[in-house]
Design a protein. Sequence first.
Length: 644
Amino acid sequence: MTPSLPISIVRKPQDVLETLFGYGEFRSQQAAIIEAVMAGRDALVIMPTGGGKSLCYQVPSLCMDGLGIVVSPLIALMADQVSSLNQLGVRAAYLNSTQEFSVQMDVINAVRNGELDLLYVAPERLLKEQTLEVLRQIKVALIAVDEAHCVSSWGHDFRRDYLELHLLKQHFPNVPRIALTATADERTRDDIAHNLQLQSPDIFIDGFDRSNIHYRVALKDSPKKQLLEFLQQRKDEAGIVYCLSRRAVDATATLLADNGYDALPYHAGLDAAVRARHQERFLREDGVIVVATIAFGMGIDKPDVRFVAHMDLPKSIEAYYQETGRAGRDGAPAQAWMVYGLQDVVRMSQMLSESQADEAHKRIENEKLNALLGWCEVTACRRAALLNYFGDTLQTPCSGCDVCDTPPKTWDALESAQKFMSCVVRTGQRFGAGHVIDVLRGADKERVQQLQHDTLPTFGIGGDLSEAQWRSVVRQLIAQGYLYADAARHGGLRLSEHARPLLRGDVPLQLRVDATSKGSSSSKSRSNRARSEPAIELSELDTMVFEELRATRKRLADEQSVPPYVIFHDATLREMAQLRPATANEMLGLNGVGQTKLDRYGAAFLLTLGGGDAAEMAGPDYESQPGLEEQYGSWSDEEPTEFG
C-alpha cells in the first residue's frame, strides 16, 4: 500500500524543515537532537506537549537512508500523524490491530519494497517475530519510542508491552534509538534509559513550562455550577472536560448540552460507533466540547483545544500535566481548570487499593497522588511548583496561575492540627474525616454516642472552626504528609511517621485560608482575561477574513476526509488573515506553509483572499488528490490504545 504522493526528499534537515513543513527555523533543541540521531547516537528527549517532539524523529527519518520506525501505543495518534504526513506528500503508513489483514499485508509489502519513509507501529506488533523478520531484511534508519514514560514503572502510564522494547537493541544493534516523552521526572528518566538499554544516550530536557496555559484550581463547592461559571465565556471554544466515572461523564455532558453547549460524552461504556462519531466531530468541527473519562485524548493532536477542565482529581501530577497538555498545542492562550475535594483523595485511594497492581506499584501511585494533592494546596506560584516537580525551575512568579493572580492568605494552624491528630489517635485511627470532625465539634449525633466518642477528651474541643474549615485542615495535613487515608480501612485517617514532631509542637505549621467558592471559581481575573485573547491580535476586518479562511479550510478538509487542522493550524490562518498574501511566494513565507501544501491548497486560499495569481499557481490541483480514507482506511480509529 503505497501513498500516491511520493516526494523527492532533500537530505539537509533545514531544507526538509523549510520545504516540507513550512517553518523557517528549528525550535529550541530540535536541531541538536536531530544532529545526535543522524550521527548514530541514542537520545532521550523530554519535551513539553506541543513542543515539537514529532519533528525530532520525522526530519532525520526523511534525511537518512532507510526506514524510520516510530513505536507508539496510541492508535489515534498513529492515524493522525500519518494523515498529516501524507498531506505533505511523505510516504508514511501505520501498522496496528484496527486494520484488515489485506491492508496490513499492503503495508508490509511497501516496507519490503522500500516504498515507505516512516512506519508507525504498536510495541506488541513490532516485537512479533514476523514483523522483526521483515525489518531485519531492510535498512532501518532509526527507531523512535514515543510516549517513552510507558516503559517506566515510575511513569504515570506504565505499559508492560513496553518492557520488551529493550530487545530492539539486540535486533538492530547499530540503529540509533530516540526515546521521547513530555512527562518524566528524574527517576522516570533513569528508568527509561535503563529499561530501553539506551547506549550512553544524549539527554535533552527542553523544559516543562507551557507558558500559554493558565492554571486554576478550586475547591469543590457546587461543581456543576462552578463548571458553568468557568465555561460562561467559552461558548464557541473547543475543550475537554474530564470526569472520573462514566456516570459523571453522561450527567455532565447532559448538563452542558442543556445549557447551550455542543457537548458530547465519551467513555468505554458507549457503543464503539458512537465514540468514533463523537471523536470525529470533535476533530472536524469548531467549538465542540468532549466530556470524557481519561480514555479520551491519548493521541489526539487537535491544536486548537482552548481549555481542559477536570471535575475530579487525576491520579498524579504526571497525568494532570499530560491531560492539560492537550490544550493550547498551537501556542495560543489556553486554560487548565480543576475542582477537587477530600472525597477525591479517598476515592482514588480506594480505587488504588482495589487494583490488581503489586504492592510496590501501589506505593508509587499513592506517593504520586499525595504529590498532586500537595500541588493543589500550594501557597506560592503554581507553575513554579509544577515545574519544580519535574526538576525544572521558574525564576520569577508566572502571573499565569490562580495563586499569582490572587495570592492566598495563610494562618498559624499548629494548635488546630494538634487537636485534629490527637482526635484521630483517640478514635482509633480508623474513621474518616467526617466522623473525626463531628467528635471535635461536639456534634450531637447518634453514631458519636454509640461509639462513646462523646466521652473522649477531644470531644467538643474544635468548636472554634466550621466543618468546612476543618476539612481544609485535614486536606492540607494529607497534602503535607502528616496524615493519609488508609484505603484498607475504607479511607480511615492515620498519622504518618512524620506526624510526631508536629504533635509535639517542634515544627511550625502555616496553612492556606481557602478562598470562597465565588472567588475560587471566578474566571474573570485580569490575568485570566488577558490570556484568553488570541495569540495574534486581529482587527475586526481581519477576524472576518479569518472566518472566511476557516470556512475554506473546512471545505477542503471535508473533501480530503481529514480534520481541518491537518490542512493548516489556526495560527497559520491568523497570520494569513493579518498579512493577506497576494502571491504564491508571499504565502510560502507564512509559518506552516511548505511547498507541498502550497501546491495543494494555495490556490484555494489565495482565491479566498482575492490573490492575483491563484489561477496561475503550479502544482497538482487539490481537488484531484485521493482522500486519505481511500489510501489508508478511516483515520478516525477510536480505540485509544492497542491494549484491551
